[in-house]
Write a protein that binds this ligand. Structure first.
Ligand code: SF4
Length: 319
């Protein structure tokens, strides 16, 4: 089971318009129901509107990303009102004060906050490829490459939503381990808790992380740095149905000697039903957690995979 955190223990950065602040160019907001009504029950938001923070008024003329030779700037469509430097500097300042953040939700498509695929224009106003990154979000992600980041639109996808929340909780858990002082024992114990989580995301990374922790020629600080970089990269890959099914089969193996024939058959049937897409992941997991209560097993009970975040988020019901 993953470590439990109170709402005030998990701080998530967020574009202010997504939690209802009327700070957009037209004095509107862009509330994210999931962020406000669901995730907001479990985390504390720290909201930023970089455009307002650098002195732009509400309402204000629209700004966009403009590519001029190798330079990307953010300004009004006619090139006036260039706020690139001010927003960059504000991004660096927020990034330097953000070591306590465990995630960030950015507003999609914004030339300031967009995480990817933001529209870029030529100086004459022609649309170029939509491959831009917001000037503010770029600074946050550059300074905190491990920070779980996502956009509001992508959070409507149940798989990406689950992936983001799982990364936030794993990262927060890691931050707590580091806060308490890292040691080889703590590193090994953390990895043991994430064994099935990593397995469900990336089998290759699962083996590589195990090999990394077996090395005797590395200082624990360096090992920890490489470990968390590898873990967060693995968790960023979405867990496929095939990998989940494989992970469930491994967990199933633990129970074989405790369950009677009927129970083993029932568990196999549920894992198969998930594998073929007939039931969501929550169905075999509920049965596994039920059997785990009846047949306690310390190793399984500590697995973040079985309870990665508050169940009331219902993130594993939809796929
Ligand atoms: S997208 Fe960013 S800059 Fe634009 S209104 Fe929202 S918080 Fe402010």
């Amino acid at each position: 089971m993953s470590k439990k955190f109170e709402k005030e223990d998990i701080i998530i950065g967020i574009s202010a318009c997504l939690i209802g602040e009327k700070v957009r160019f037209d004095a509107s907001n862009k509330p994210s129901n999931f962020c406000i009504k669901e995730l907001g029950q479990h985390v504390t938001y720290k909201a930023y509107c970089p455009e307002v923070a650098v002195g732009l008024p509400i309402p204000r003329p629209t700004i966009r990303l403009i590519k001029d030779q190798d330079m990307i700037k953010v300004s009004r469509p006619d090139g006036s009102g260039d706020v690139t430097s001010a927003i960059k500097a504000y991004g660096k300042k927020v990034a330097s004060l953000s070591a306590n953040l465990s995630g960030y939700v950015f507003c999609a498509k914004s030339p300031t906050c967009g995480m990817e695929r933001v529209k870029v224009y030529s100086p004459t106003g022609d649309p170029l490829q939509a491959k831009g990154i917001g000037v503010f979000s770029r600074e946050i992600m550059k300074a905190n490459p491990l920070l779980p980041c996502e956009e509001n639109g992508r959070l409507n996808d149940p798989i990406l939503r689950e992936n983001f929340v799982a990364r936030v909780y794993a990262y927060r858990h890691w931050q707590a381990v580091v806060e308490s002082g890292i040691s080889k024992h703590k590193l090994t114990s953390f990895h043991a808790q994430y064994k099935y989580t990593v397995m469900s995301h990336d089998l290759v990374a699962y083996k590589e992380l195990g090999r990394l922790l077996a090395r005797a020629d590395m200082a624990v600080e360096e090992m920890a740095e490489q470990y968390i970089a590898g873990l967060m990269a693995a968790l960023t890959k979405t867990a496929s149905r095939k990998n989940h099914s494989n992970t469930l089969s491994h967990i199933q193996g633990y129970f074989s000697k405790f369950l009677n024939k009927e129970q083993r058959k029932e568990l196999s049937a549920q894992v198969d039903a998930y594998r073929t897409g007939l039931v969501p992941l929550m169905v075999p997991l509920t049965l596994i957690n039920h059997y785990l209560l009846a047949h306690p097993n310390d190793y399984l009970a500590q697995q973040a995979y079985l309870n990665p975040y508050p169940e009331s988020l219902k993130l594993r019901y939809g796929y």
